[in-house]
Design a protein. Structure first.
Lengths: 56, 232
């Protein structure tokens, strides 16, 4: 199997982009909802409570 | 493929997040502000005298900076969730499952169960001022519960045999049988009526937001496919 067909099959199943998107999404949710740095916590305070995240 | 996931997730997540933020400001924020009067000690429950259940609350949109930050962070949170949902939709479609705005509603319901209802079943959405265990311990439990519930929902949706349903049921129940980190003492000054209303409202808005996330994600995923074909 050549590199080209490997690349083609990877993009057809789309697993790699999906994994990237999941990691990016998890990062955003963690930053907005869970990181305890005080500036982030204060800014996101109401949202964390309303969205049911453990807050403080 | 990545740009199709990114584009449809950004549209769907921002739209669902904006609507969720407005719903939260109307239905959840007044309950939260009411609770904060007890958290700050301005009102005292079970003190010498009965306390009115209808105190003067800061009016809606009285603190614009606070509300604007809430809108931004709600949109961010739901965009993050939508990225994950669209990525999983792309995998499911690759396996031959139909993805559109209608089937997206089911995805949204499953997402609500995984990230709101499963962790909230034991760690109920907290009104400000409640007693709770160490936040780090609760976060670990939260992530573990969401992960097991998400796998369970996938097994219920796509596993088509009895064994996968049994595994799903075990995964859904296990975190609650093991138990979440709980506080040693109850010190919350907020009346139980407010706490219950807050949890109910948080779940209700979470459900609405997630149905929108799923449906918008499915819709924009298909729309982006047509867009890509048209430009191919």
């Amino acid at each position: 199997m050549t590199t080209q067909t490997l690349r083609a099959s990877a993009s057809r199943t789309g697993l790699i982009p999906a994994v990237f998107a999941v990691v990016l999404g998890l990062g955003i949710v963690t930053l907005a909802g869970h990181v305890q740095a005080s500036a982030l916590h204060d800014a996101a305070h109401d949202v964390r409570h309303a969205t049911g995240f453990p807050c403080h | 493929m990545f740009s199709r996931i990114l584009t449809s997730a950004l549209f769907a997540g921002a739209a669902a997040g904006l609507i969720a933020a407005l719903l939260q400001l109307v239905f959840v924020q007044p309950v939260l502000l009411h609770a904060e009067l007890y958290e700050s000690g301005e009102l005292v429950h079970f003190g010498g005298a009965a306390v009115t259940a209808h105190p003067e609350l800061p009016g809606m949109f009285s603190d614009l900076q606070r509300d604007a930050l809430s809108v931004i962070f709600t949109m961010l949170t739901y965009t993050g969730y939508t990225l994950i949902v669209v990525a999983l939709m792309s995998i499911a479609e690759g396996q031959g499952h139909k993805i559109d705005g209608r089937t997206g509603v089911l995805w949204g319901l499953a997402g609500f169960v995984a990230v709101h209802f499963a962790p909230g079943f034991t760690l109920a959405p907290e009104v400000p001022g409640v007693a709770a265990a160490d936040v780090f311990a609760r976060q670990i439990w939260w992530f573990a519960t969401v992960a097991t519930a998400a796998v369970a929902m996938w097994l219920i949706a796509f596993g088509s045999n009895l064994i996968s349903y049994v595994i799903a049921a075990v995964l859904l129940m296990a975190p609650h049988i093991i138990g979440a980190p709980e506080p040693e003492f109850f010190t919350g000054p907020v009346p139980t009526e407010i706490g219950a209303l807050f949890a109910a409202r948080a779940f209700g808005i979470g459900l609405a937001a997630w149905v929108l996330v799923g449906s918008f994600a499915g819709y924009f995923w298909q729309k982006e496919a047509k867009h890509t074909e048209a430009h191919a």
